[in-house]
Design a protein around this ligand. Structure first.
Ligand code: HEM
Length: 283
């Protein structure tokens, strides 16, 4: 190699190769904490299929966390009458819900024999005990104080859930905005007990009917459609979960103590943001 070529290749190495030399942990590790994240897989059985079950569940927990963040961003923006910021956060959450739902793929065809190989090792553990999923439901208006009970032993989780129980849901913020914009949202809806499940209202249905019968490109009609996309994707998550459960365990009782599929069926038929769906019959 001539000195000239050597110089050129040394220079290329210096300019094109990533840095290798760090005094402590890498800046990537400091930010992502990949070492922590990839050592959280404490398997309970020798079954090779348990890893993907655990990691899929952990991945879904991370998506729940991102989605809660987006919906809280949207709720706070609505409170400030900042609809564009709210819609941007909701639109991000739609793509995240798509990714969340796609993560059913590795578990969607689980057979009862495969699931049985590690099911016993789960003990009484069940996704029903997911606090982040419960925060998602609370933001959608599915409030229930009894859902705090399983978390009594975890003070931070319990405090976060209790706060979320008493805060307005995303839908409460939407309805308050509609009222501020002059739509006839009844006082009893606006002043409802926030810790209770949102109950559908004929008057709210009439508001959405009015909005959907007007200019479809208007800010509030578009907000309604974005919320409908969110509702549809949550409904899809619930139904994908239901079908995966039916395939993996038939009508056996759940590890969390419920009737299993029969209990999940009742949960899966519920509409998120109910009047956004029922109003469609009147437009
Ligand atoms: C194919 C594997 C799965 C089966 C067979 C299954 C089964 C069940 C069953 C039977 C229930 C009802 C409660 C109970 O008695 O346990 C339940 C609830 C639940 N599961 Fe799963 N599950 C599976 C995967 C997952 C995954 C990967 C997640 C992600 C976090 C998850 C999250 C949930 C949630 C959030 C609930 C509560 C739903 C609600 O409150 O409406 N499940 N699951």
């Amino acid at each position: 190699m001539s000195p000239q070529t050597r110089d050129a290749s040394t220079e290329a190495t210096e300019t094109e190769s990533p840095n290798l030399d760090f005094a402590g942990t890498t800046p990537y590790e400091d930010y992502v904490q990949a070492d922590v994240l990839t050592h959280l897989q404490h398997l309970r059985s020798d079954d090779p299929g348990e890893m993907v079950f655990l990691v899929t569940t952990q991945v879904m927990e991370l998506w729940f966390t991102v989605i809660v963040h987006e919906w809280e961003t949207a709720a706070h923006a609505l409170r400030r009458d900042d609809v564009p910021v709210a819609v941007a956060a909701l639109k991000r959450s739609i793509r995240e819900l798509d990714a969340l739902n796609a993560s059913w793929r590795p578990l969607a065809q689980l057979t009862p024999a495969q699931f049985n190989s590690y099911r016993g090792a789960l003990g009484e553990g069940s996704g029903f005990q997911s606090a982040m999923y419960r925060r998602m439901e609370f933001l959608l208006g599915e409030k229930s104080a009894s859902m705090l009970v399983p978390h009594r032993g975890a003070p931070r989780v319990h405090a976060e859930l209790e706060k979320a129980l008493h805060e307005p849901s995303l839908y409460d913020e939407v309805l308050a905005l509609l009222a501020r914009r002059g739509y006839a949202v009844p006082r009893e809806v606006l002043e409802r007990d926030l810790a209770k499940k949102y109950e559908p209202s004929d008057a709210v249905e009439a508001v959405w009917t009015e909005l959907y019968s007007g200019d479809e490109s208007g800010e509030l009609a578009r907000l309604g459609e974005t919320l409908t996309d969110v509702g549809e994707l949550v409904w899809r998550w619930r139904n994908d979960h239901l079908v995966a459960t039916r395939r993996a365990m038939g009508s056996k009782t759940g590890t969390g103590g419920s009737a299993g599929v029969a209990w999940l069926e009742k949960r899966a038929v519920k509409n998120v943001f109910p009047e956004l769906w029922t109003a469609r019959s009147h437009v």
